[in-house]
Design a binder for this molecule. Structure first.
Ligand code: F6R
Ligand code: MG
Ligand code: MG
Length: 364
Protein backbone atom coordinates (compact mmCIF):
# COMPACT_ATOMS: atom_id res chain seq x y z
CA UNK A 1 0.00 0.00 0.00
CA UNK A 2 1.46 3.37 -1.03
CA UNK A 3 1.25 5.86 1.83
CA UNK A 4 2.26 9.48 2.23
CA UNK A 5 3.42 10.57 5.65
CA UNK A 6 3.08 14.34 6.10
CA UNK A 7 4.38 16.25 9.09
CA UNK A 8 3.39 19.89 8.94
CA UNK A 9 4.30 22.23 11.78
CA UNK A 10 3.92 25.80 12.89
CA UNK A 11 4.23 28.07 15.88
CA UNK A 12 0.93 29.93 16.07
CA UNK A 13 1.25 31.13 19.64
CA UNK A 14 3.33 30.31 22.72
CA UNK A 15 2.38 29.57 26.34
CA UNK A 16 4.09 31.19 28.28
CA UNK A 17 6.31 33.28 25.98
CA UNK A 18 7.90 30.83 23.53
CA UNK A 19 8.07 27.84 25.91
CA UNK A 20 5.03 25.61 25.27
CA UNK A 21 1.58 25.47 23.66
CA UNK A 22 -1.68 25.97 25.51
CA UNK A 23 -4.00 22.93 25.80
CA UNK A 24 -6.76 24.86 23.97
CA UNK A 25 -4.57 25.09 20.85
CA UNK A 26 -3.89 21.37 21.02
CA UNK A 27 -7.61 20.74 21.39
CA UNK A 28 -8.37 22.80 18.29
CA UNK A 29 -5.72 20.93 16.28
CA UNK A 30 -7.13 17.54 17.29
CA UNK A 31 -10.70 18.67 16.54
CA UNK A 32 -9.69 19.66 12.99
CA UNK A 33 -7.64 16.49 12.47
CA UNK A 34 -10.57 14.35 13.59
CA UNK A 35 -12.80 16.09 11.03
CA UNK A 36 -10.25 15.48 8.27
CA UNK A 37 -10.09 11.81 9.20
CA UNK A 38 -13.88 11.51 9.28
CA UNK A 39 -14.33 13.08 5.85
CA UNK A 40 -11.64 10.86 4.33
CA UNK A 41 -9.01 13.50 3.58
CA UNK A 42 -6.49 11.66 5.76
CA UNK A 43 -6.22 8.05 6.91
CA UNK A 44 -4.91 8.75 10.38
CA UNK A 45 -3.18 11.40 12.48
CA UNK A 46 -1.24 12.12 15.63
CA UNK A 47 -0.85 15.58 17.08
CA UNK A 48 2.74 16.28 18.04
CA UNK A 49 4.43 19.20 19.68
CA UNK A 50 7.73 20.51 20.98
CA UNK A 51 8.13 23.84 22.76
CA UNK A 52 5.89 26.43 21.10
CA UNK A 53 5.45 24.38 17.90
CA UNK A 54 2.54 22.10 17.03
CA UNK A 55 2.96 19.37 14.43
CA UNK A 56 0.16 17.75 12.45
CA UNK A 57 1.36 14.20 11.77
CA UNK A 58 -0.85 12.70 9.05
CA UNK A 59 -1.06 9.72 6.73
CA UNK A 60 -2.96 9.83 3.44
CA UNK A 61 -2.74 8.74 -0.20
CA UNK A 62 -2.55 12.09 -1.96
CA UNK A 63 1.23 12.34 -2.38
CA UNK A 64 3.64 15.03 -1.22
CA UNK A 65 3.00 18.79 -1.56
CA UNK A 66 -0.67 18.07 -2.14
CA UNK A 67 -2.83 21.18 -2.30
CA UNK A 68 -5.74 19.75 -0.28
CA UNK A 69 -3.48 18.50 2.51
CA UNK A 70 -1.49 21.73 2.69
CA UNK A 71 -4.65 23.83 2.62
CA UNK A 72 -6.09 21.73 5.43
CA UNK A 73 -2.93 22.39 7.50
CA UNK A 74 -3.07 26.11 6.72
CA UNK A 75 -6.76 26.31 7.70
CA UNK A 76 -6.03 24.38 10.89
CA UNK A 77 -3.21 26.76 11.86
CA UNK A 78 -5.49 29.70 11.05
CA UNK A 79 -8.23 28.28 13.31
CA UNK A 80 -5.64 27.69 16.05
CA UNK A 81 -4.46 31.28 15.66
CA UNK A 82 -7.99 32.47 16.49
CA UNK A 83 -7.87 30.42 19.68
CA UNK A 84 -4.37 31.76 20.42
CA UNK A 85 -5.70 35.32 20.09
CA UNK A 86 -8.68 34.57 22.29
CA UNK A 87 -6.37 33.28 25.03
CA UNK A 88 -3.79 36.03 24.54
CA UNK A 89 -1.08 33.56 23.55
CA UNK A 90 2.33 35.00 22.76
CA UNK A 91 3.08 35.60 19.07
CA UNK A 92 -0.36 34.42 17.91
CA UNK A 93 -0.14 33.44 14.24
CA UNK A 94 3.61 34.16 14.13
CA UNK A 95 4.44 31.50 11.51
CA UNK A 96 1.62 32.38 9.11
CA UNK A 97 3.69 34.76 7.03
CA UNK A 98 1.23 35.49 4.22
CA UNK A 99 -2.40 36.59 4.19
CA UNK A 100 -3.89 33.78 2.18
CA UNK A 101 -3.07 30.24 1.13
CA UNK A 102 -2.18 29.58 -2.49
CA UNK A 103 -1.16 26.22 -3.96
CA UNK A 104 1.11 24.79 -1.27
CA UNK A 105 2.88 25.82 1.90
CA UNK A 106 6.27 26.61 0.34
CA UNK A 107 7.45 29.99 1.54
CA UNK A 108 4.32 30.57 3.64
CA UNK A 109 5.85 29.96 7.06
CA UNK A 110 4.80 26.50 8.30
CA UNK A 111 7.48 23.81 7.93
CA UNK A 112 6.81 20.42 6.38
CA UNK A 113 8.50 17.05 5.86
CA UNK A 114 6.71 14.52 3.68
CA UNK A 115 7.50 11.21 2.05
CA UNK A 116 5.61 8.66 -0.04
CA UNK A 117 6.54 4.99 0.15
CA UNK A 118 5.19 1.47 -0.04
CA UNK A 119 4.34 0.51 3.49
CA UNK A 120 6.21 -2.65 4.48
CA UNK A 121 4.40 -5.45 6.39
CA UNK A 122 5.86 -3.85 9.50
CA UNK A 123 6.87 -0.20 9.18
CA UNK A 124 8.59 1.37 12.20
CA UNK A 125 8.95 5.15 11.81
CA UNK A 126 10.38 7.71 14.21
CA UNK A 127 9.33 11.32 13.97
CA UNK A 128 11.69 13.82 15.55
CA UNK A 129 10.54 17.33 16.43
CA UNK A 130 12.95 20.04 17.59
CA UNK A 131 12.47 23.51 19.02
CA UNK A 132 14.82 26.52 19.19
CA UNK A 133 17.01 25.39 16.32
CA UNK A 134 17.30 25.16 12.53
CA UNK A 135 16.83 22.39 9.90
CA UNK A 136 20.59 21.80 9.63
CA UNK A 137 20.44 20.45 13.19
CA UNK A 138 19.49 17.10 11.59
CA UNK A 139 22.67 16.91 9.45
CA UNK A 140 24.91 15.33 12.05
CA UNK A 141 22.34 12.80 13.37
CA UNK A 142 21.33 11.77 9.81
CA UNK A 143 24.94 11.41 8.76
CA UNK A 144 25.62 9.27 11.77
CA UNK A 145 22.52 7.04 11.25
CA UNK A 146 23.08 6.38 7.55
CA UNK A 147 26.84 6.80 7.00
CA UNK A 148 28.82 6.39 10.23
CA UNK A 149 29.83 2.84 11.17
CA UNK A 150 30.71 3.97 14.67
CA UNK A 151 27.02 4.76 15.11
CA UNK A 152 25.39 2.19 12.83
CA UNK A 153 27.04 -1.21 12.93
CA UNK A 154 24.48 -2.39 10.34
CA UNK A 155 26.52 -0.53 7.70
CA UNK A 156 29.35 -2.97 8.42
CA UNK A 157 27.65 -6.27 9.21
CA UNK A 158 24.19 -6.24 7.57
CA UNK A 159 24.56 -7.33 3.90
CA UNK A 160 21.47 -5.29 2.95
CA UNK A 161 23.02 -2.04 4.25
CA UNK A 162 26.64 -2.61 3.32
CA UNK A 163 26.38 -0.66 0.01
CA UNK A 164 25.47 2.51 1.89
CA UNK A 165 22.90 5.21 1.17
CA UNK A 166 22.31 8.28 -1.02
CA UNK A 167 21.86 11.72 0.55
CA UNK A 168 20.04 14.64 -1.10
CA UNK A 169 21.56 17.89 0.15
CA UNK A 170 19.95 21.29 -0.38
CA UNK A 171 21.77 24.61 -0.57
CA UNK A 172 19.25 26.91 1.15
CA UNK A 173 20.87 30.07 -0.13
CA UNK A 174 21.38 29.27 -3.82
CA UNK A 175 18.30 27.01 -3.84
CA UNK A 176 20.08 24.09 -5.47
CA UNK A 177 20.26 20.40 -4.63
CA UNK A 178 22.79 17.61 -5.11
CA UNK A 179 22.87 13.85 -4.43
CA UNK A 180 25.88 12.26 -2.71
CA UNK A 181 26.58 8.53 -2.72
CA UNK A 182 27.95 7.30 0.57
CA UNK A 183 30.38 5.96 1.59
CA UNK A 184 32.13 6.75 -1.76
CA UNK A 185 31.52 10.53 -1.65
CA UNK A 186 31.37 10.94 2.10
CA UNK A 187 34.28 13.35 2.36
CA UNK A 188 32.86 15.55 -0.43
CA UNK A 189 29.50 15.60 1.30
CA UNK A 190 30.98 16.53 4.67
CA UNK A 191 32.51 19.67 3.17
CA UNK A 192 28.95 20.90 2.70
CA UNK A 193 26.84 19.39 5.47
CA UNK A 194 29.44 20.49 8.03
CA UNK A 195 27.94 23.98 7.40
CA UNK A 196 24.41 23.26 8.57
CA UNK A 197 23.20 26.86 8.46
CA UNK A 198 23.36 26.67 4.66
CA UNK A 199 23.52 23.03 3.51
CA UNK A 200 20.82 20.70 4.77
CA UNK A 201 20.14 17.00 4.20
CA UNK A 202 16.60 16.86 2.78
CA UNK A 203 16.20 13.16 1.93
CA UNK A 204 18.02 9.89 2.38
CA UNK A 205 17.46 7.09 -0.16
CA UNK A 206 18.54 3.49 -0.46
CA UNK A 207 21.05 2.96 -3.26
CA UNK A 208 18.59 0.65 -5.03
CA UNK A 209 15.43 2.80 -5.05
CA UNK A 210 14.12 6.34 -5.32
CA UNK A 211 11.80 5.76 -2.37
CA UNK A 212 12.86 8.00 0.53
CA UNK A 213 13.80 6.45 3.85
CA UNK A 214 14.22 9.74 5.70
CA UNK A 215 13.00 13.30 5.16
CA UNK A 216 13.50 16.64 6.92
CA UNK A 217 11.75 19.99 6.79
CA UNK A 218 13.90 22.62 5.14
CA UNK A 219 13.00 26.26 4.87
CA UNK A 220 14.42 28.64 2.36
CA UNK A 221 16.53 31.33 4.01
CA UNK A 222 15.55 34.89 3.32
CA UNK A 223 18.15 37.62 2.89
CA UNK A 224 16.93 40.63 4.85
CA UNK A 225 18.94 43.67 5.92
CA UNK A 226 22.15 41.89 4.90
CA UNK A 227 21.58 38.76 6.93
CA UNK A 228 19.78 35.51 6.42
CA UNK A 229 16.72 34.81 8.50
CA UNK A 230 14.43 31.82 8.57
CA UNK A 231 15.91 29.46 11.12
CA UNK A 232 13.04 27.26 11.87
CA UNK A 233 12.29 24.64 14.42
CA UNK A 234 12.59 21.56 12.21
CA UNK A 235 10.97 18.12 11.95
CA UNK A 236 12.28 14.84 10.54
CA UNK A 237 10.88 11.38 9.85
CA UNK A 238 13.08 8.27 9.65
CA UNK A 239 11.99 4.76 8.63
CA UNK A 240 13.76 1.98 10.52
CA UNK A 241 14.75 -1.72 10.51
CA UNK A 242 15.17 -4.53 7.97
CA UNK A 243 17.78 -3.04 5.65
CA UNK A 244 17.55 0.40 7.26
CA UNK A 245 19.17 1.54 10.51
CA UNK A 246 17.57 -0.21 13.48
CA UNK A 247 15.47 1.84 15.89
CA UNK A 248 18.42 1.80 18.29
CA UNK A 249 20.77 3.05 15.55
CA UNK A 250 18.32 5.81 14.63
CA UNK A 251 18.14 7.18 18.19
CA UNK A 252 21.84 6.59 18.99
CA UNK A 253 23.09 9.95 17.55
CA UNK A 254 21.00 11.79 20.16
CA UNK A 255 23.15 10.29 22.92
CA UNK A 256 25.51 13.14 21.98
CA UNK A 257 23.85 16.55 22.44
CA UNK A 258 25.68 18.27 19.59
CA UNK A 259 25.85 22.05 19.35
CA UNK A 260 23.23 23.66 17.14
CA UNK A 261 22.29 27.23 16.22
CA UNK A 262 19.12 28.73 17.68
CA UNK A 263 18.32 29.02 21.39
CA UNK A 264 17.66 32.54 22.72
CA UNK A 265 16.49 34.88 19.94
CA UNK A 266 17.63 32.36 17.35
CA UNK A 267 21.10 33.80 17.84
CA UNK A 268 23.09 31.35 19.98
CA UNK A 269 24.80 28.00 19.85
CA UNK A 270 23.59 25.46 22.37
CA UNK A 271 23.41 21.70 22.87
CA UNK A 272 20.47 19.84 21.31
CA UNK A 273 19.07 18.11 24.39
CA UNK A 274 17.07 14.89 23.88
CA UNK A 275 14.01 14.92 26.17
CA UNK A 276 10.93 12.94 27.10
CA UNK A 277 7.66 14.09 25.53
CA UNK A 278 6.58 15.77 28.76
CA UNK A 279 9.85 17.71 28.99
CA UNK A 280 9.49 19.46 25.64
CA UNK A 281 9.45 22.92 27.22
CA UNK A 282 12.51 25.10 26.46
CA UNK A 283 12.77 27.37 29.47
CA UNK A 284 16.28 28.37 30.57
CA UNK A 285 17.40 31.25 28.33
CA UNK A 286 14.48 30.04 26.15
CA UNK A 287 16.16 26.66 25.85
CA UNK A 288 18.38 24.83 25.66
CA UNK A 289 17.27 23.64 22.20
CA UNK A 290 15.57 20.28 22.45
CA UNK A 291 14.39 17.28 20.51
CA UNK A 292 11.65 14.72 21.13
CA UNK A 293 11.14 11.42 19.29
CA UNK A 294 7.69 9.96 18.61
CA UNK A 295 7.83 6.34 17.44
CA UNK A 296 5.08 4.66 15.43
CA UNK A 297 4.36 1.37 13.75
CA UNK A 298 2.41 2.05 10.56
CA UNK A 299 -0.33 -0.41 9.62
CA UNK A 300 -2.43 0.27 6.50
CA UNK A 301 -1.64 3.93 7.06
CA UNK A 302 -2.73 3.86 10.70
CA UNK A 303 -0.28 5.44 13.11
CA UNK A 304 0.08 2.93 15.93
CA UNK A 305 1.69 5.01 18.68
CA UNK A 306 3.34 7.22 19.69
CA UNK A 307 5.98 5.69 21.88
CA UNK A 308 8.30 8.18 23.54
CA UNK A 309 11.68 7.31 21.97
CA UNK A 310 14.04 9.75 23.73
CA UNK A 311 12.54 9.69 27.23
CA UNK A 312 14.32 6.44 28.06
CA UNK A 313 16.82 6.36 30.93
CA UNK A 314 19.60 5.56 28.47
CA UNK A 315 19.51 9.25 27.42
CA UNK A 316 19.97 10.55 30.98
CA UNK A 317 23.73 11.03 30.51
CA UNK A 318 23.08 12.94 27.27
CA UNK A 319 20.71 15.22 29.15
CA UNK A 320 23.30 15.78 31.89
CA UNK A 321 26.00 16.49 29.29
CA UNK A 322 23.63 18.93 27.56
CA UNK A 323 23.00 20.76 30.84
CA UNK A 324 26.75 20.94 31.54
CA UNK A 325 27.39 22.20 28.00
CA UNK A 326 24.61 24.76 28.47
CA UNK A 327 26.30 26.03 31.65
CA UNK A 328 29.66 26.22 29.90
CA UNK A 329 28.32 28.08 26.87
CA UNK A 330 26.13 30.45 28.89
CA UNK A 331 29.20 31.72 30.71
CA UNK A 332 30.35 33.27 27.41
CA UNK A 333 27.38 35.65 27.61
CA UNK A 334 27.34 37.87 24.53
CA UNK A 335 30.59 36.45 23.11
CA UNK A 336 31.04 34.01 20.23
CA UNK A 337 30.98 31.06 19.91
CA UNK A 338 27.93 31.08 22.22
CA UNK A 339 26.45 34.04 20.35
CA UNK A 340 26.29 33.30 16.61
CA UNK A 341 28.49 35.16 14.10
CA UNK A 342 26.98 38.47 12.96
CA UNK A 343 25.64 37.21 9.63
CA UNK A 344 23.78 34.29 11.19
CA UNK A 345 21.90 36.00 13.99
CA UNK A 346 18.14 36.28 13.84
CA UNK A 347 18.25 39.55 15.81
CA UNK A 348 20.87 42.24 15.41
CA UNK A 349 21.35 45.85 16.35
CA UNK A 350 24.59 46.05 14.35
CA UNK A 351 23.34 48.31 11.51
CA UNK A 352 21.87 50.89 13.89
CA UNK A 353 24.85 50.83 16.28
CA UNK A 354 27.20 51.15 13.28
CA UNK A 355 25.21 54.12 11.99
CA UNK A 356 25.31 55.84 15.37
CA UNK A 357 29.10 55.37 15.72
CA UNK A 358 30.04 55.84 12.09
CA UNK A 359 31.83 59.18 12.62
CA UNK A 360 33.78 57.91 15.61
CA UNK A 361 35.51 55.15 13.66
CA UNK A 362 38.91 56.55 12.61
CA UNK A 363 41.49 55.04 10.28
CA UNK A 364 43.72 52.66 12.24
C1 F6R B 1 13.87 31.73 19.65
C2 F6R B 1 12.66 32.30 20.28
C3 F6R B 1 12.79 33.13 21.49
C4 F6R B 1 12.54 34.60 21.17
C5 F6R B 1 12.75 35.48 22.40
C6 F6R B 1 12.43 36.95 22.15
O1 F6R B 1 13.54 31.03 18.50
O2 F6R B 1 11.56 32.11 19.79
O3 F6R B 1 14.04 32.95 22.11
O4 F6R B 1 13.38 35.02 20.13
O5 F6R B 1 11.92 35.05 23.46
O6 F6R B 1 11.14 37.03 21.64
P1 F6R B 1 10.40 38.42 21.32
O7 F6R B 1 11.31 39.20 20.40
O8 F6R B 1 9.13 37.99 20.66
O9 F6R B 1 10.18 39.09 22.64
MG1 MG C 1 7.12 31.26 19.35
MG1 MG D 1 9.50 27.18 18.21
Amino acid sequence: MEITLSIIKADVGGYVGHSDVHPELRRKAVEQLEKAKKNGLIIDFSQGEVGDDIALIMTHQKGVENEEIHKFAWDTFTAMTEVAKEFGQYGAGQDLLVDAFSGNLKGMGPGFAEMTFNERPSEPVIIFLADKTEPGAWNMPLFRMFADPFNTIGLVIDPSMHDGFRFEVHDLIDEKKIIFNCPEEMYDMLVFIGSPSRFVIKHVFRKSSDEPVAVTSTQRLFLMAGRYIGKDDPVMAVRCQSGLPAVGEVVEPFAFPHAVAGWMRGSHHGPLMPVALEDDTPTRFDGPPRVVGRGFQLKDGKLIGPRDMLGDKSFDNARQLALDAADYLRRHGPFEPHRLPLDEMEYTTMPSVMKKLKDRFLPA
